[in-house]
Ligand binder design. Structure first.
Ligand code: HMG
Ligand code: MG
Length: 313
């Protein structure tokens, strides 16, 4: 008999026993909200996510405040998280100026964020793809010197709103460059949510063929066309064990036309726990957090699982 609010557990062959969820709601989610969420509410959100058992909770970005005003309070937020281990709180950093700010506050998990396409590199970073890589190189080196782990995000790995489908070799080239400059792991972004499972499989295979081990690859799906869970399952079957998701399905990207929410963490946890895959996440506490955040934002969560679990007659 399955307890109410929990999926029935029926494992399937060929899947990992444990998945590490990289929670991005407080960064990818809130950066896309029209309203600027008060700093104290963000701090409580992050604490509640950590309390729900999420092992990694991306906290904020040290970017130019005019480019992303929603996260302009990074200096005020980070000290409110002082009781949490900085190794569990990644922050996005595009350049040396951002790294100075992040390291000064004690951040020890850094993420640079590149693009597979020229159009998005220009829109998001005001740089060409290669100029952005040049900007990241000292950030990665200095982060490693400071003992920080470094993640390399790559946006538009599948399709781009201006350029259409993105050729695999174009994606592989930038992934290789991020790893070669010292990134510990990659996160493959389907920024506008157009990927389908065969495409995911093809990209992972192309990366392996280029010498990129699956163990260093995470996936970051947006759910624009309802494909995020199917794409995640394809990645798990390939051996991926790091999956990005956003509590309540918050998210998008301010510079990507048509990007809607990230894969909702609750939807992901429902599927993983149903497959008998351990995540360490308490689904009830996580759902309560997303319901609380939806109330703070004044609109319901788009996550099907949050809606189903919080539905009252
Ligand atoms: P720029 O205008 O080219 O900046 O922007 P610049 O290098 O020419 O510098 C101009 C001024 O900005 C200078 O000040 C700098 O000091 C200052 P001035 O000398 O004129 O007084 N400045 C900064 N100030 C504070 N913090 C900084 C910083 N950097 C420069 N870090 C820049 C270039 C990269 C800064 C800008 O384009 C930027 O901040 N972009 C961030 C965009 C962003 O955060 N996008 C969302 C994250 S990516 C994403 O969501 C996708 C992802 O989820 C994966 C997926 O779904 O695909 C990760
Ligand atoms: Mg994203």
């Amino acid at each position: 008999m399955t307890a109410p609010g929990l999926p029935m557990q029926i494992p399937a062959d060929g899947l990992p026993a444990h998945v590490r969820i990289h929670e991005v709601g407080a960064r990818d989610g809130l950066q896309n909200e029209k309203a600027v969420v008060p700093t104290e509410v963000k701090a409580e959100f992050i604490h509640r996510l950590a309390d729900a058992g999420l092992p990694v909770v991306e906290a904020t970005s040290f970017v130019h405040p005019k480019w992303v005003p929603q996260l302009a309070d990074a200096e005020a937020l980070f000290p409110l998280l002082g009781d949490l281990d900085p190794q569990t709180l990644p922050v996005l950093v595009p350049n040396d100026r951002g790294l100075d700010r992040a390291l000064a506050l004690g951040a020890r998990r850094i993420a640079v964020f590149g693009s597979a396409t020229e159009s998005f590199a220009k829109a998001n970073l005001n740089r060409t793809v290669d100029e952005a890589l040049t900007m990241f190189a000292p950030v990665v080196q200095r982060s490693k010197d400071a003992g920080a782990q470094v993640r390399g995000y790559l946006s538009m790995c599948f399709g781009d709103p201006w350029e259409g489908p993105v050729p695999l070799p174009q994606v592989v080239r930038v992934c290789r460059a991020l790893l070669d400059m010292g990134c510990d792991e990659l996160s493959l972004g389907d920024t506008i949510g157009v990927a389908t499972p065969g495409h995911v499989q093809a990209l992972l295979t192309a990366l392996n063929d280029a010498g990129v081990p699956t163990a260093r690859i995470g996936v970051h799906f947006h759910d624009t066309y309802g494909q995020a869970l199917a794409n995640t399952l394809a990645a798990l079957r390939h051996g991926v064990t790091t999956v990005d998701a956003s509590a309540g399905g918050l998210g998008g990207c301010p510079y990507a036309k048509s990007a809607t929410g990230n894969l909702a963490t609750e939807d992901l946890v429902w599927m993983l726990h149903g497959l008998g895959i351990d995540t360490g996440v308490d689904l009830g506490r996580l759902t309560a957090t997303s319901v609380w955040m939806a109330e703070a934002l004044g609109r319901p969560s788009p996550s099907r699982t949050v809606r189903a679990l919080s539905h009252k007659e």
